[in-house]
Design a protein around this ligand. Structure first.
Ligand code: MG
Length: 468
């Protein structure tokens, strides 16, 4: 089984046994009925931006229903605080420090980047594909846009999407470019839309991108309804610049950002309806979360981390804790809230466990099986979170305690500030990280230091693939 905190978590899938008992007394899932997996992954959606996590004016009836029928996970984290390393962690079940997808200065891939996810990394899609799954990726990839790095080179049968952030390739030096973010127009952002490895539209019409991704997702579900499938659905939005379809223009009480999130909510409803209509709902785990916190420097165009501190780009809670829902009617009990620690890196062990797929045994993984939590059968083995900014370990969480060794504001001129002793917060008492209690809990700091020492023991830092 597994142990510890991302230190040599070598595990065998144990689904031979699990398959016999998974059906909560109703229906066992046989070898020919492997569950489907859908991962809906937003871009820069904050912890406080949807109804189930308390937003007062963004209307998300489909996410509200998903939460009522499924589980809210209130202490669930992205693998990193910006796009590229976050996605690399989800795809590989490994910290970005291990897979080459982090860098201290150039924090994400850009259109001029020559790198991408190294070929020897093993993705969730490759594992499931090897176990008979149809695999589709729809949306923002951001793990390399050159052919050898695209989804179709990483275990996916098909791809449709903008391969990197929707603000890249912008006309930044022109007057129009400077006003582009405040008043976005398609022609200010020259991003491509790709099908598999071909550019099919440039600039991509982003006003219809959420709708077109959604239509593609429903087509993928329909096409693969008679076989197990894995749909990875990373939206390009609500990353700035914000776009929405005409049907959603000026409809939200939250303004433009609300319009965009409400269209994503519509999209979630379309996916869940597609599963229901094909009688796939009771055999499909749907996960909804986000890649990092809200992009606060964009004011009203950025989202909200709710009661969490700060946002995208930093290692305060608002940068990495995400609004997360899991839905699987008949398997995940309706209307539950879990406070279990979880990470997007855990999706790998979880789907492998549920599908009787072997995890890679030749490498250090940082993935923990969350299926006991989801199915109400027990606890996961995850009891810690490591918060990296580039290659720098900034903070570590053990149980409810989080120690910050270094803090730094997300963007701009903020210098890193080292803390000795570290700042210490009890996150279950103080989710907003306001009350440093280090002086009263030296024993906890010692435990966290042990955790970090164990993590660093034998840590092999991969050469960054993000450099210019
Ligand atoms: Mg992002």
């Amino acid at each position: 089984m597994s142990y510890s905190i991302g230190h040599s978590v070598f595990r065998r899938s144990f689904c031979g046994a699990l398959l016999l008992v998974i059906g909560s007394g109703t229906q066992a899932i046989g070898a020919d009925q492997k569950p489907n997996f859908v991962v809906i992954f937003c871009d820069d959606l904050g912890y406080g931006d949807i109804g189930p996590f308390g937003h007062p004016t963004i209307a998300t009836p489909n996410l509200d229903r998903m939460a009522r029928e499924g589980m809210r996970l209130t202490q669930f984290y992205a693998a990193a605080c910006v796009c590229t390393p976050s996605r690399a962690g989800l795809m590989t079940g490994r910290l970005p420090i291990r897979n080459g997808m982090c860098h201290d200065r150039r924090r994400v891939l850009f259109p001029d980047s020559q790198g991408g996810l190294p070929a020897d990394e093993i993705t969730i899609a490759e594992l499931l594909h090897g176990n008979g799954y149809a695999t589709g990726c729809i949306g923002k990839w951001h793990l390399g846009h050159l052919p050898r790095y695209l989804p179709t080179s990483n275990g996916f049968d098909s791809y449709l999407g903008i391969p990197y952030s929707n603000d890249m390739d912008r006309l930044a030096d022109s007057p129009k470019g400077r006003e582009a973010f405040a008043n976005p127009k398609i022609e200010y952002f020259n991003v491509p839309l790709m099908r598999d490895q071909e550019i099919v539209e440039r600039p991509a019409d982003q006003t219809t991108i959420t709708r077109r991704y959604t239509e593609e997702a429903v087509r993928f579900i329909d096409k693969n309804k008679d076989r197990p499938f894995f749909l990875y659905f990373p939206h390009s939005l609500p990353h700035v610049p914000l776009f929405r379809s005409p049907e959603f223009a000026d409809t939200s009480r939250r303004g433009l950002f609300g319009d965009v999130v409400e269209e994503i909510d519509w999209s979630v409803g379309q996916v869940l309806d597609a599963l229901r209509e094909r009688d796939l709902d009771e055999n499909t785990l749907v996960f909804f979360t986000s890649d990092n916190g809200p992009w606060l420097i964009f004011g009203e165009h950025g989202g909200s981390a709710g009661l969490l501190k700060d946002g995208k780009g930093c290692t305060w809670e608002g940068g990495m804790r995400e609004p997360t829902l899991a839905w699987w009617p008949g398997k995940i009990a309706a209307g539950k809230t879990s406070t279990a620690l979880g990470s997007t890196m855990d999706l790998m062990a979880t789907v492998c466990s549920l599908s009787s797929t072997e995890l890679p045994a030749d490498r250090t993984l940082d993935t923990h099986d969350l299926s006991p939590v989801l199915l109400g059968r027990g606890e996961s083995t995850r009891n810690s979170i490591l918060y990296y900014r580039g290659t720098q370990l900034m903070a570590a969480r053990l149980g409810p305690w989080k120690a910050h060794f270094i803090t730094q504001s997300a963007y701009g001129g903020g210098k890193p500030e080292t803390h000795d002793p570290p700042l210490l917060f009890q996150l279950e008492h103080d989710p907003s990280e306001r009350h440093n209690v280090a002086a009263d809990h030296r024993d906890v700091l010692a435990e966290i230091n042990d955790l970090v020492a164990k993590h660093r023991e034998g840590l092999v830092v991969a050469k960054s693939q993000l450099g210019p």
